[in-house]
Design a protein around this ligand. Structure first.
Ligand SMILES: *Cc1c(COP(=O)(O)O)cnc(C)c1O
Length: 390
């Protein structure tokens, strides 16, 4: 066998240790056993108790680790469970520099819980502004929490430049790669120490599971994470690991279709007279298009737009859509639309939302694998219906 590194699509099918209980099984078994028997007092089998390690979870974790080009992964019960697991790496009273506009669940965990229980303090900055990052760093800063692209305005962070700064200061970096999946962006190759995912999105890909995963760039970090995951126990169960691994099998072809569809849609929307502005890193008009080309494989499968009109216009639009479904999630095979103002960012005050650039006329599309011509026709007729009498 050649030891030339294999391409991404091949790795999704074969990377890691994806064998079954029967060694010649083509897909790993769902091993539901809580415990595994020992032959004697000195027998230390690889699997002993499923909170610590489980064959189905291992098959999935080893595949994700290979796709992210890390040394190992820890699968968690949800994306926020994965974030909580990462935060356990920090000492009490540590300071964390966080990307402004970070995912709401990350913000809630940091501000409503870890600030009280672990004394964590935070500073939110635009991580592209390296001067602001330097100014935010304190002697007790232990972690920089990166999210790129951000939700819903798809603002990017220059991963390589930021990680160079963090490394010089001896600060750990963790990147929430949910919006990209390892197909579109591989942060470890750009210097990140830890990659976190909500597997509920692109990794699972079928809107049928909740899961999270953390990938470590070094053996030392992986060992610490494994111990934490064993101690905290926010692990992913074998059924969901099976679903997530099954999802990974088609990640390459799903992402290829979804990102290509998103590009078609972004171009269509950009030329539409009723659309005020389109946010998509794959478009030349995106302020960070050059950075997107450097660190991402494509513009991704999420497109945001500001329509001309008010809340009523937006409501008519979402009601008129027949393929796009109004939903809170993203990353599935089905196209979804989200109204950030009243859905993902509903807990913020109107002033906070305005300050973040989220208006009532902003919509976020998560583009699925349907035929792009049908998706564009759906958007075209809904835009027409929404703006017919304005
Ligand atoms: C959904 C999401 C999470 C949280 O993941 P859950 O699986 O819902 O716990 C974290 N980060 C981002 C960017 C997400 O979209």
């Amino acid at each position: 066998m050649s030891d030339k590194p294999r391409h991404f699509a091949t790795r999704t099918i074969h990377a890691g240790e994806q064998f079954g209980v029967a060694d010649n099984a083509i897909f790993p078994a769902i091993v539901t056993a809580s415990s595994f028997t020992k032959r004697g007092l000195d027998d230390h089998p690889e699997y002993a108790y499923s909170r610590v390690s489980n064959p189905t979870r291992h098959a999935y974790e080893s595949c994700v680790a290979a796709l992210e080009e890390g040394v190992g992964a820890v699968a968690c019960a949800s994306g926020v469970g994965a974030t909580a697991t990462v935060l356990e790496l920090l000492p009490k009273d540590a300071h964390v520099v966080v990307m402004s506009g970070v995912y709401g669940g990350t913000f809630r965990l940091l501000e409503d819980y870890r600030s009280h229980s672990a004394g964590l303090t935070t500073t939110y900055v635009d991580l592209n502004d390296l001067q602001a990052v330097s100014a935010a760093i304190r002697p007790e800063t232990r972690l920089i929490w990166i999210e790129t692209p951000t939700n819903p305005l798809l603002h990017l962070v220059d991963i390589k430049a930021l990680c160079e700064l963090a490394r010089e200061r001896g600060i750990l970096t963790c990147l929430d790669n949910t919006f990209c999946s390892p197909w579109n962006q591989r942060p470890i190759t750009l210097g990140v120490d830890l990659v976190m995912h909500s597997a509920s999105k692109y990794i699972g890909g079928h809107s049928d599971l909740i899961g999270g995963v953390v990938v470590a760039a070094t053996e030392a970090l992986f060992k610490r994470l494994r111990k934490i995951s064993m101690a905290v126990g926010a692990i992913q169960g074998p059924f969901d690991c099976y679903l997530a691994l099954r999802g990974l099998k088609t990640l390459d072809i799903r992402m290829e279709r979804q990102c290509a569809n998103a590009m078609h849609i972004a171009r269509f929307l950009e030329s539409h007279p009723q659309v005020e502005r389109v946010y998509y890193p794959g478009l030349e008009s995106h302020a960070q298009h050059a950075l997107c080309q450097r660190q991402m494989r494509s513009g991704g499968a999420v497109v945001s737009m500001r329509v001309k009109g008010d809340r009523a216009t937006v409501n008519r639009l979402v009601e008129a859509l027949s393929i796009f479904v109004l939903a809170d999630s993203l990353g599935g095979v089905e196209s979804m639309i989200n109204h950030s103002w009243s859905m993902s960012h509903n807990s913020l005050s109107p002033a906070q939302k305005e300050a973040m650039g989220i208006g009532e006329n902003l919509l976020r599309l998560s583009v699925g694998i349907e035929d792009h011509r049908d998706l564009i026709a759906d958007l075209e007729s809904a835009l027409e219906a929404a703006t017919a009498d304005t």
